[in-house]
Design a protein around this ligand. Structure first.
Ligand code: DGY
Length: 414
C-alpha cells in the first residue's frame, strides 16, 4: 500500500521532471511548452516545497506578456516539432514566441495564495507582478466582455477544448478551406481520448483567422465567427478581480477600478444563468443561443464568490451519481462521453478550483468530500491528465503537472 507521503514524493518528482528551467511543461511529448493556466497551478504545487521556484513560474509566464497586456495561452520557449500548431502557425510577435489567445486568468489567484505562504519575502515578488497582472485583467475587461460576462474567442481559451458548449457554434463554422495539416496530439495519446477531426479543423481555422487579422482584438470582434460567453472565463476573471483587489489593498494601491470591475462581472455572471436548464451555461453572443450544457465550469460559481442554491443541489446530486466527481459534462446528456477529454471526464484541476470556492463560501462538507474523492482518484489511478468519472481509469497524458500540483496543494492532505 502506498502512503500519502510516498504519493507526495512522487508528485514532487512529477513537477521536478516537468521543470524545463523557469517554467514547467504540462507533460512531456503531448504538451512540450509553457501553458498559461497549467503554469499557474504548477506554481501553487511548487509553493508546497520550493516557494522561490513557485514565484519564478509565474514570473516566467509574465515575461511573455504582450505590450497591450495580453498574456498568451502558450509560450513556445524552445521549438519542439512534436507539437502542432507551433509558433510558425500562430505568427505572433510578442516578446516570446507564443499563441495569440489567452487562457482562464487564474495566475492572480495562485499568486495571492503563494504570497499568503511567503508573506515577508514574497512582498517584493508580488509588488512586481501586481501591475502586470492588473494589465492583463484590464485587457480582458476591455476586449472580452458581453453584458459583463467574459467571452472566449477560441475553445482552447477556456481550456475546455471540445466541451459540448461549443458544438452549435462549431457546427455553423465553415472549415472546408482549412487545408492539410498533421495532428501531433494523437501520436502521443489514444485518439478516443482526444477531440475529433471535425473539432480540430475548426480549432485550426480559428487560428488562421486570428493570424490573418494579426490578432487584433477589434478586428476579431468584428470578424471572428466564434465568440461565446462562458462560465470558465467569467468565473475565473471575477475571482481574479477579487484577488487583485485584495492584493492591491494590501499593497496600498487604489482599487476603485477593480471594485467597478467586480460589479460588472457579477452582473455578467448572472447573465450566464440559463433558467430552462437550471444551471450556469455558455451563451453564443453572435447567435444569442444557449449551449444547454451543465459542465464542471458551471460549478465554478463559488470560486467566483457567487452563491447559488440550485447549483449546490446539483453538485450534491452529481457527487452521488458518479464515483469520481465532478464530470466535465452532465452524465445524463446525449453528448456525454466518459473518456473524451472535456465531454465527460473528471479533471482534478477544476475540482480544486470548485473545492476552493466551496470552502471559501462556507460549504465545508462538500469541499472536504470533493477533496477526498479527488485524492482517492489520484491515489488509485495516478497523475493522469483526466479520468473516467465512473471507473476512475486514467485518460489523456500521464505524469501530468497540474494533477501532481493539485495533490500537493489540495487533494493530498485529506
Ligand atoms: C491542445 O493542443 O490540445 C491544447 O489544448 C491547446 O491549448
Amino acid at each position: 500500500m502506498t502512503s500519502s507521503q510516498d504519493i507526495s514524493a512522487e508528485a514532487k518528482q512529477v513537477l521536478i521532471t516537468n521543470d524545463r528551467g523557469g517554467y514547467t511543461v504540462p507533460t512531456a511529448g503531448l504538451y512540450p511548452y509553457q501553458w498559461n493556466w497549467d503554469s499557474a497551478v504548477a506554481a501553487l504545487g511548487f509553493a508546497q516545497f520550493d516557494v522561490d521556484r513557485a514565484w519564478v513560474e509565474i514570473e516566467t509566464l509574465f515575461q511573455g506578456q504582450w505590450d497591450d497586456g495580453m498574456v498568451p495561452h502558450i509560450l513556445f520557449h524552445k521549438s519542439d516539432p512534436g507539437y502542432f500548431p507551433g509558433p510558425d502557425v500562430w505568427g505572433c510577435e510578442g516578446p516570446i514566441p507564443s499563441s495569440g489567445i489567452i487562457q482562464p486568468p487564474i495566475a492572480a489567484t495562485m499568486a495571492r495564495l503563494i504570497w499568503a505562504q511567503d508573506e515577508e519575502a514574497g512582498r517584493a515578488r508580488i509588488e512586481t507582478l501586481y501591475p502586470k497582472m492588473l494589465k492583463w485583467h484590464s485587457w480582458i475587461m476591455r476586449w472580452r466582455l458581453h453584458r459583463g460576462a467574459v467571452c472566449t474567442t477560441h475553445p482552447w481559451e477556456t481550456g475546455r477544448d471540445n466541451a459540448p458548449d461549443w458544438d452549435n457554434t462549431m457546427q455553423r463554422m465553415d472549415a472546408s478551406d482549412v487545408g492539410e495539416y498533421t495532428r501531433r496530439d494523437t501520436q502521443h495519446v489514444d485518439s478516443a481520448d482526444r477531440p475529433t477531426k471535425f473539432d480540430y479543423d475548426r480549432y485550426i481555422k480559428l487560428v488562421q483567422i486570428g493570424r490573418r487579422l494579426k490578432w487584433d482584438q477589434a478586428a476579431m470582434l468584428a470578424e471572428s465567427p466564434f465568440r461565446v460567453a462562458d462560465p470558465t472565463m467569467t468565473f475565473t476573471t471575477l475571482r481574479a478581480a477579487r484577488d487583485l483587489r485584495a492584493v492591491g489593498q494590501s499593497l496600498g494601491a487604489d482599487t476603485a477600478t477593480l471594485e467597478a470591475d467586480i460589479k460588472r462581472l457579477e452582473a455578467g455572471a448572472a447573465t450566464l444563468w440559463n433558467p430552462a436548464l437550471g444551471s450556469y451555461d455558455s451563451r453564443d453572443v453572435l447567435s444569442g443561443e444557449w449551449a444547454g450544457c451543465v459542465s464542471n465550469a458551471s460549478y465554478l460559481c463559488w470560486f467566483a464568490g457567487v452563491e447559488n442554491k440550485d447549483m449546490l443541489a446539483r453538485l450534491r446530486a452529481v457527487m452521488e451519481r458518479v464515483t469520481y466527481p465532478v464530470p466535465s459534462n452532465d452524465p445524463e446528456a446525449d453528448t456525454f462521453d466518459a473518456r473524451r477529454y472535456w465531454r465527460g471526464p473528471t479533471w482534478a484541476i477544476v475540482n480544486m478550483l470548485i473545492g476552493m470556492g466551496l470552502a471559501d463560501m462556507g460549504h465545508e462538507d462538500e469541499a472536504k468530500t470533493l477533496a477526498k474523492k479527488t485524492g482517492d482518484l489520484i491515489e488509485e489511478h495516478g497523475f493522469a491528465e483526466y479520468f473516467d468519472p465512473f471507473t476512475g481509469s486514467a485518460a489523456g497524458g500521464g505524469t501530468f503537472t497540474w494533477t501532481a500540483a493539485v495533490w500537493l496543494a489540495w487533494a493530498g492532505g485529506n
